[in-house]
Design a protein around this ligand. Sequence first.
Ligand SMILES: Nc1ncnc2c1ncn2[C@@H]1O[C@H](COP(=O)(O)OP(=O)(O)OP(=O)(O)O)[C@@H](O)[C@H]1O
Length: 225
Amino acid sequence: MPILEARDITKTYNGRDGNPLTVLDNTSIAIEKGSIVTIVGASGCGKSTLLHILGGLDRPDSGTVLWQEESIYDMGKEILAKFRNKNLGFVFQFHHLLPEFTAVENIMMPALIGNATEQQAKEKALLLLRDFGIADRAEHRPTQLSGGEQQRVAMARALINDPDLILADEPTGNLDERNTEILLDLLYDIRRKKDVSILLITHEKNIAERSDLVYELSHGKLAEL
Ligand SMILES: Nc1ncnc2c1ncn2[C@@H]1O[C@H](COP(=O)(O)OP(=O)(O)OP(=O)(O)O)[C@@H](O)[C@H]1O
């Protein structure tokens, strides 16, 4: 049974020229437990839209997204927010760390929202920082961290609630080659240790090569490569 499945998803925006722009056209995808799935495709083809729909951040015009066979868009708003906090970890190209908080506080945030105590959240956040090789940066604010360090903090934040699925949109998009490798090695390590599923959007060929399944999104449809 797939951990997450999208069936017959369609999404149309109002295009810049005033005409409707269909970015997802009756397309489907299933993500199996513990698998790493990559989606590639030309800029503007709808990859982020799909990731947002899969993660319950945006709604399709038609179609369903099932989490272990339960429709996520049939959950009420609050239940959906709780579901996301508990089961999903999001990593974006621009990490969206909160600038006024330190690295460890940023990582703790989803755990505190999920009702962990301050002490539980802090212990776990510090462990993640240690695993990611940046324990000595715990008290730094985002502007005091390098791009690669910021992205590792963002990933630690995505992992603090032990999600079953990580949704990553160009997670290495603004990193150099070395930091890209570090981040990827961490992702693969996490999959190995925790059997977490990972859905990645990327332009980078070497990431796609290391995935279990690669899909290309083109003209609203996903095709396995
Ligand atoms: N809220 C919106 N309203 C109108 N058009 C939108 C909206 N969001 C996205 N679009 C358009 O839909 C298309 C798909 O956008 P999306 O961000 O999903 O593509 P993408 O494949 O992730 O692109 P990139 O690789 O450049 O990040 C683009 O043409 C974009 O301009």
